[in-house]
Design a protein around this ligand. Structure first.
Ligand SMILES: Cc1cc2nc3c(=O)[nH]c(=O)nc-3n(C[C@H](O)[C@H](O)[C@H](O)COP(=O)(O)OP(=O)(O)OC[C@H]3O[C@@H](n4cnc5c(N)ncnc54)[C@H](O)[C@@H]3O)c2cc1C
Ligand code: SF4
Length: 510
């Protein structure tokens, strides 16, 4: 069978309205989807991520077939090139269309692979799965040393009209962050998270992943992600109905045994294209307009998607490839083993890594203030940390993980996107979580064998980076506290930090 046109759809482009397919004719167009084992082996990606992506691709292919498209699906292909060669032998396409991937440089690389497989006419179609655009961002970013979310976010609100009343922000404020710092009382009952039992197709992919990628990070036990658009929409509606209203107040809290609290858990589905960001923001806004969710929550939620998600994508696209190599704080310790096996006495880190292995996600504050904060304070090599976040999370793709890890979390970009390093001692973790109560370490102590490692490492971080941070206005208060510490106290703390860092360098557990 010959088909004049091929539309190659990638695993994170499972959108209902695909730009490369738009306007194509079912009579002369074949849709190509490829599961590349070589791509999956590049890093030991979380098993749940592999199942999620491949099962969602298989279900997406079935939906396309049901809608009358000819689909050439290559399951378990060794490489993209092998599948492209087989596709060309079978369909002899004259042209191939590919939506430009979010990953910097990937469009050109994949187009070159298609040309090498003898499809000379390859078109990269602009990616419209996001709400912002590259030229406007480039104009805004030109000549700026630092890029800050707030200006970008307000502009996005004006452009989309989301949560706007004329030219003014709904409720008279752009940002309700200051109201969103509550901690749930002990015994608070959280809404249950819906589970989607794997169907026969998903179970086939689970067997494949166990067989071929059994040594990858995480477990498939209890895999319960939605893998179809219809189930993704059910998952979204459950969040809008049962969690959105309290999303804001408890946004920064951490509770033992709760992987979501009031977070949406929608990032893996948004990043695959099963949900569209604008529809999601509009649905959240609608809940507020109907009086079903408070404004502080809806604004907080919309800011994450319309603001942060778009902002990090644009910074990444604008600053790559140099961005991924930044290491402004010259951090060089190896990634600790407990980031893989959760074998540590630090209750907060253990909880984050064990939850991650079991479910493929952590919520934002665990990523930023536990695993991220620890890596920042200890001085772990940013490239190793970035690689770990990329492989360990079900929602991780280079465009989103790299700016979050290097920029927001580790300050490896020297403050390009964050106005200060998110460095915190145990007092923060104790205020925002119930972890310290059940921890083997003492959250009040900085020295001594049972003193919380976050404390000594925090003061040592400030002391080690005093010169680098001296001109940062938002670091003046912490640096002044450092300066006020009696010399003997600080020496003892730094000795404890040196011992902890030496243990990390030797690969020991803490
Ligand atoms: C060190 C670090 C690594 C991260 N790695 C990833 C990653 O690999 N993939 C990823 O999608 N997000 C990443 N994030 C951002 C954020 O933590 C996750 O998007 C969020 O925790 C996903 O859970 P949720 O869907 O319940 O989010 P919610 O709290 O419900 O937020 C709603 C949505 O907003 C978006 N969002 C929120 N914050 C961010 C952000 N900082 N950057 C981009 N989108 C955001 C997500 O799409 C999310 O689904 C990272 C953050 C940090 C600090
Ligand atoms: S005491 Fe320290 S290590 Fe233990 S939970 Fe609290 S912050 Fe984490």
């Amino acid at each position: 069978m010959t088909m004049a046109n091929t539309v190659w759809i990638l695993g994170d482009q499972l959108t209902a309205d695909h730009a490369a397919l738009r306007g194509c004719d079912r009579g002369d167009t074949c849709v190509l989807l490829i599961e590349s084992q070589a791509r999956a082996r590049r890093l030991p990606y979380h098993k749940q991520k592999l199942v999620l992506v491949w099962s969602a691709m298989r279900h997406f292919a079935s939906e396309l077939r049901a809608a009358g498209w000819t689909v050439d699906f290559h399951a378990e292909s060794p490489t993209y090139r092998a599948a492209l060669d087989a596709h060309v032998r079978r369909f002899r396409p004259a042209r191939l269309r590919l939506m430009d991937p979010a990953e910097a440089g990937a469009g050109e690389r994949l187009a070159a692979t298609a040309r090498a497989a003898s499809i000379s006419d390859v078109t990269l179609v602009a990616n419209d799965m996001f709400l912002s655009d590259e030229p406007s961002f480039a104009r805004w970013a030109a000549g700026r040393k630092t890029l800050r979310l707030e200006t970008f976010y307000r502009d996005m609100r004006r452009r989309t009209g989301l949560l706007m009343e004329g030219r003014a922000p709904a409720g008279g404020r752009w940002n309700f962050d200051a109201d969103n710092r509550a901690v749930p009382p002990p015994g608070h009952v959280f809404p249950a998270i819906p589970r989607f039992a794997p169907d026969a197709e998903t179970r086939r992919v689970m067997r494949l992943v166990e067989r071929e990628f059994g040594d990858h990070f995480g477990t498939l036990d209890g895999f319960a992600w939605p893998v179809t658009r219809a189930d993704a929409e059910r998952f979204r509606d459950d969040f809008l109905d049962h969690r959105l209203d309290l999303f804001g107040p408890y946004e920064d809290a951490m509770v033992r045994g709760q992987r979501a609290l009031y977070h949406s858990l929608l990032s893996p589905l948004l990043n695959l294209g099963l949900l569209a960001p604008l529809d999601l923001c509009r649905a959240a806004e609608e809940r507020w307009r109907q009086g079903r969710a408070r404004l502080q929550s809806v604004e907080g939620f919309v800011r994450q998607i319309l603001g942060w998600r778009e902002f990090v994508l644009r910074v990444y696209r604008h600053d790559m490839p140099d961005y991924a190599r930044r290491n402004a704080l010259a951090a060089d310790l190896p990634l600790p083993r407990f980031y893989w096996d959760a074998d540590t006495d630090m209750a907060c880190v253990r909880e984050a890594v064990a939850t991650l292995a079991a479910h493929g996600v952590n919520h934002h504050i665990q990523r930023l203030m536990i695993t991220g904060n620890f890596a920042l304070l200890a001085g772990i090599d940013p490239q190793q940390v970035n690689e770990w976040y990329w492989l360990a999370y079900a929602d991780a793709y280079e465009w989103v993980v790299t700016p979050n890890v290097l920029g927001l979390s580790l300050w490896a970009d020297g403050g390009r996107i964050a106005s200060k390093p998110y460095a915190a001692a145990a007092s923060y973790v104790n205020r925002m979580s119930d972890h310290c109560r059940s921890c083997a370490y003492d959250h009040r102590a900085a020295v001594g064998a049972r003193a919380c490692p976050f404390n000594a490492l925090y003061w040592d971080f400030l002391a080690r980076n005093r010169e680098r941070l001296a001109r940062n206005p938002r670091m003046q208060i912490p640096l002044a506290s450092l300066a006020r510490r009696p010399a003997a106290d600080l020496a003892a703390i730094r000795e404890r930090a040196a011992e902890l860092r030496a243990r990390l360098r030797r690969g020991e557990r803490l």
